[in-house]
Design a protein around this ligand. Sequence first.
Ligand SMILES: [Zn+2]
Length: 234
Amino acid sequence: MKRYGIQEVFDMLGEENLKVQRVKHGTRGSIEVDGYLVKHQSLRYATFYQKGTTCVCCGKQGTHFKLDVERGVDPESTKRRHFNLYAEDGTLMTKDHILPKSLGGEDCVENLQTMCKTCNELKRSTPQEDLELDVVVATEIQSGKETYYRSIEDAAYKLCMVIRGIGLDKKNKKIKQTCVRKAVQATLDLMNAINTKSVLCNRLWTIEKRIIGGKSLEEIMLEGATTDEPTQAM
Ligand SMILES: [Zn+2]
């Protein structure tokens, strides 16, 4: 099968298609390559262009592209092809999500890196341990106990609903308005506490990197929401 040079393929796809952060489905056009139709935008191409063609784990280098047909599709039935990047020994080079999608990682080049198929499969079969993430850390002043939240919204929800003991009543419109106001207030209070490093509800709120051993962010949030006893509203 014909080999295509890396720069050759990048030139065909065009820099404007390789510099994207995200790919919107349905808006992609195609280019014609040796009688085949190839979509000119993909997160893989953009990742290889922006992050390089070398595996971040083992250093294996992608050296050439080949035109492949979509898996499970009869090559005779379609003119559609896509470029796959290969190393000299035939190993397929893939895009890998730095923060896995299962943990809320996004489909954008910023969250992608180049990885060979061998390392990618190894990573998938290894539990996500020692994953370092930015989380909202609430440190109780008296006990020093830390609770993590994956976002300011989650921390504000906890602050509003659990720590301050304000529940949502879906039936009563007036109570609902009050709750929305208090939720907004809790978010503002929280952001102010984070920015000024001041104590709020007996806790110091910071955004820090923490190693989350093998837990999904949903678990972290849940853990935070159940371990604290509700205290009186402020
Ligand atoms: Zn590798």
